[in-house]
Write a protein that binds this ligand. Structure first.
Ligand code: SF4
Length: 443
C-alpha cells in the first residue's frame, strides 16, 4: 500500500483472551491500518465481542445501535463485528443490523485483510471454524511495554454445561512451544518484564501436539528465560491442575504467587450438573496443596450463582467454600442461559430475584475476605511492577504486587515500567495504598 495508512479503532469486550485477540487483529491489518483511540476518525471500526454472559452480548447490541448515526454520517466507514457473538450469530447478526458491513468469527482474525477488502464492496460473513490456527506473525512490541499477553492455545474441549466457549471457539489447539518461546524471547529482548500466558484451559496445553508437552513443562521452560521477572497464566481448570504444576509454584522464582482457579460452585450436586468433573473436597485439597508449596499464594476464582436447580443449601455450600478457600478475589455472576448449551434447557431455572439476592450475598462475603487479605499486607514491604498513573488520582502511580493486588503510591513518573519496593500503608476494598521505598535494579 502507498500513501498514509487508514485508521482502525477496536472496541474490545470480555476477557484477556479477547484483549490478546484484538492485538492480533491490529497486527493482521497493520499493513493497511494504524490504530487510533478516536472512534469518530476511524475508517474501520471493529467490535470484538464476548458471548459468555447475556449481559455482555446486550452491551454489543446496544453499541451497534449507537453506531448507526456514525455510519450514516460516514457511509465509507467499514463496521465489523468479530469474536464470540459474531461466531454464534453469523448471518443473523448481519440481517438484524442493516448498517453492519462485516461479521467474522473467532477463527477469522488471520483472514481479516481479505475480509475487510470484501466488506468494502459487499456485506460479508465468515464464521468458518478451522481445526488449527496459522502461527501468528511476529508481534510488534510498543516502546516501553513491560507486560504482554501471550496466547498459547485456543478453544476448549470441556463442555461445561453453562458455557458457550467450545461452540464459539472450537476445539483445543495448542501452539508449538518453540513458537511461544520465540515470542517471549523477542518481548524480553525489547525490554519486557511480565508475561501472562493465555488459554481457555491452559492446564490441558500441549495434549494435541505431535510431540506432546505438558503445561508445567512449558512454564518451566519460559520461567527460566533471562530477563523474565514475572510469569502468570490464565485460566486453569481445577480438574487438570497437575502435581507437576503445583510443584512449579514452589520452585520457579519468576512464577508469580497468584492463581486464578475458577470453582464456579461449592455444591457437589451443582458441580456435577455443571459437568465440572471435580468435587468441592478435591478443590479444597488442591488449595491446601498449593498453599503448602507457596504459603503466600493469592487465590482468585469465578463463581456462578443461580445455576438451574441451585437450592438455598447449595448456595450456602458455596459461601462456606469461599470462607474455607479464603479467596483473595472472586468474579461472581448470575447464571444466564447461553444458546446451544445444555444448562439452558435444564428444568428448575432459578428466578431472577433469587439470583440477584444470592449475588449480593456472595459479593458482600467476598468484600469481607478481600479486605481481610488486604489488611494482612499492611506494614509489609512488597515488590510492585509500576503500570502507570493511577486512574482515580493521576498524581499517584499505580502498580501490581506479584500476588495481583493493585497498589497506589506517590512517586516520579520515571518509575513507570520499573520494579520498585513499596511499603503497604493502607488497605482499601479494591486496592492498597503504599509508600515508595526503593527502585530495584534490572535483573
Ligand atoms: S473449561 Fe468449561 S467454562 Fe472454561 S471455557 Fe471450557 S467449557 Fe467454558
Amino acid at each position: 500500500m502507498t500513501g498514509p495508512k487508514k485508521k482502525l479503532y477496536i472496541k474490545t469486550f470480555g476477557c484477556q483472551m479477547n484483549v490478546a485477540d484484538s492485538e492480533q487483529m491490529a497486527l493482521a491489518l497493520a499493513e493497511d491500518y494504524v490504530l487510533t483511540d478516536r472512534p469518530e476518525e476511524a475508517d474501520l471500526f471493529l467490535i470484538n465481542t464476548c458471548a459468555i454472559r447475556r449481559k455482555s452480548e446486550e452491551k454489543v447490541r446496544s453499541l451497534l445501535g449507537r453506531l448507526k448515526g456514525l455510519k450514516k454520517r460516514r457511509p465509507e466507514l467499514i463496521l465489523g463485528v468479530g469474536g464470540c457473538v459474531a461466531q454464534q450469530e453469523g448471518e443473523r447478526l448481519l440481517k438484524a443490523v442493516p448498517h453492519l458491513d462485516l461479521v467474522f468469527g473467532t477463527h477469522g482474525i488471520y483472514r481479516l485483510p481479505e475480509l475487510v477488502r470484501r466488506a468494502g464492496k459487499e456485506r460479508t460473513v465468515d464464521i468458518e471454524l478451522s481445526p488449527s490456527f496459522p502461527e501468528p506473525p511476529p508481534r510488534q512490541w510498543q516502546q516501553g511495554q513491560v507486560q504482554a499477553l501471550v496466547t498459547i492455545m485456543q478453544g476448549c474441549n470441556n463442555f461445561c454445561t453453562f458455557c458457550v466457549v467450545p461452540y464459539v471457539r472450537g476445539r483445543e489447539y495448542s501452539r508449538e512451544p518453540e513458537d511461544i518461546e520465540e515470542e517471549v524471547r523477542s518481548f524480553l529482548a525489547a525490554g519486557g518484564r511480565e508475561v501472562t500466558l493465555l488459554g481457555q484451559n491452559v492446564n490441558s496445553y500441549g495434549r494435541g501436539l505431535a510431540k506432546p508437552v505438558t503445561f508445567a513443562e512449558l512454564v518451566r521452560r519460559l520461567a527460566r528465560l533471562p530477563g523474565l521477572e514475572r510469569l502468570r497464566f490464565a485460566t486453569s481448570h481445577p480438574k487438570d491442575l497437575s502435581q507437576e504444576l503445583i510443584a512449579a509454584f514452589g520452585e520457579l522464582p519468576a512464577l508469580c504467587e497468584h492463581l486464578h482457579l475458577p470453582v464456579q460452585s461449592g455444591s457437589n450436586r451443582i458441580l456435577a450438573a455443571m459437568n465440572r468433573r471435580y468435587t468441592r473436597e478435591r478443590y479444597l485439597k488442591l488449595v491446601a496443596r498449593l498453599r503448602q508449596v507457596r504459603p503466600d499464594l493469592s487465590l482468585s476464582t469465578d463463581l456462578i450463582v443461580g445455576f438451574p436447580g441451585e437450592t438455598e443449601q447449595d448456595f450456602e455450600d458455596t459461601l462456606e467454600l469461599m470462607r474455607e478457600a479464603a479467596f483473595d478475589q472472586s468474579f461472581s455472576f448470575k447464571y444466564s442461559p447461553r444458546p446451544q448449551t445444555r444448562a439452558a434447557s435444564f428444568p428448575d431455572q432459578v428466578p431472577e430475584a433469587v439470583k440477584a439476592e444470592r449475588l449480593h450475598r456472595v459479593q458482600a462475603l467476598q468484600a469481607e475476605l478481600t479486605l481481610a487479605a488486604h489488611r494482612r499486607l499492611v506494614g509489609q514491604v512488597k515488590e510492585v511492577l509500576v503500570e502507570g498513573r493511577s486512574k482515580r488520582s493521576p498524581e499517584q502511580l499505580c502498580g501490581r504486587l506479584r500476588t495481583n493486588q493493585v497498589v497506589n503510591f506517590a512517586g516520579p513518573p520515571t518509575l513507570v515500567g520499573r520494579l520498585v519496593m513499596v511499603e503497604i500503608m493502607e488497605a482499601h476494598p479494591h486496592s492498597l495504598k503504599g509508600r515508595w521505598v526503593e527502585e530495584l535494579p534490572v535483573r
